[in-house]
Design a protein around this ligand. Structure first.
Ligand SMILES: N[C@@H](CCC(=O)N[C@@H](CS)C(=O)NCC(=O)O)C(=O)O
Length: 192
C-alpha cells in the first residue's frame, strides 16, 4: 500500500500528480502547516525532518521529491514516466538534481536570484515540448516549482516563454487538473 503525506501546493504536489498519472490506488494524508501537523510527534517519527512529501511504501518511509518520483516511475514502468534509454534517464536525473539543488532553494534567496535561476531553467528547457524529449517525472518536478514561482511573482509569459509554454502543456493534463482540484479544495497554506 502507498500512502502519501502532502500539504496542498507544497513540493508534495509533484508526487501527488505522479500518482494520479499512474492511476494506482493510494491513501491520502493531507497535513496542515498552519496547524503544524508536520511537527506532530507521530509524523516526526515517520520523517524526522517534518517535511512533505513523504511516501509510505507498505509502512516504510521514502522522502525527497526526486526519490519518490524515481520510485514511482520505476515501480510502474508501463506509465513511461522514466525513459528506457540510459542517456535520457541520466538527463532526467540531471534535471531533477538541478531542480532540487538549485531551483527549489532559489526562492529563499529573494526574487532577483530566483528570476536568474528560472532564466537558466528556461534556457535549458528551450523549445522542447518536454524536458528530455518524452513526458517524464522531470516535467512533473519542474512544473511544480514553476507553478509556485508563477503564484509568487506572476511573471509575464514573455519573460519565461519556454517554461510558460511547458506550464500550459502541464495544466492541460488530467492528472494535473485533478491534483490541483483536490489540493485547492483542501486549501493552500503556503508562506507568502
Ligand atoms: N528537499 C525536499 C524539500 C521538501 C520541502 O522543502 N518540503 C517543504 C514544503 S515545500 C516542507 O515540508 N516544509 C515544512 C517544514 O520544513 O517545516 C524535497 O525535495 O522533497
Amino acid at each position: 500500500m502507498l500512502t502519501l503525506y502532502f500539504a496542498p501546493g507544497a513540493s508534495s504536489m509533484a508526487p501527488h500528480i505522479a500518482l494520479h498519472e499512474i492511476g494506482t490506488p493510494f491513501e491520502s494524508r493531507p497535513l496542515s502547516f498552519a496547524r503544524k501537523e508536520n511537527r506532530d510527534p507521530a509524523f516526526l517519527a515517520i520523517n524526522p525532518e517534518g517535511k512533505v512529501p513523504t511516501l509510505l511504501i507498505d509502512g516504510r518511509p521514502l522522502t525527497e521529491v526526486a526519490g519518490i518520483l524515481f520510485y514511482l516511475a520505476r515501480r510502474f514502468p508501463e506509465t513511461g514516466l522514466l525513459p528506457a534509454d540510459i542517456e535520457a534517464e541520466a538527463q532526467v536525473v540531471s534535471w531533477m538534481s538541478f531542480i532540487a539543488a538549485t531551483v527549489h532553494p532559489a526562492r529563499r534567496q529573494g526574487p532577483e536570484h530566483a528570476r536568474s535561476v528560472y532564466r537558466i531553467a528556461d534556457q535549458r528547457l528551450g523549445g522542447r515540448e518536454w524536458a528530455v524529449g518524452q513526458y517524464s517525472i522531470a516535467d512533473i518536478h519542474l512544473f511544480r516549482l514553476f507553478w509556485r514561482f508563477r503564484g509568487w511573482l506572476n511573471p509575464s509569459a514573455d519573460e519565461f516563454s519556454h517554461l510558460s509554454a511547458h506550464y500550459e502543456r502541464m495544466m492541460a493534463r488530467p492528472a494535473v487538473v485533478k491534483t490541483i482540484e483536490i489540493e485547492s479544495a483542501i486549501g493552500y497554506q503556503l508562506p507568502a
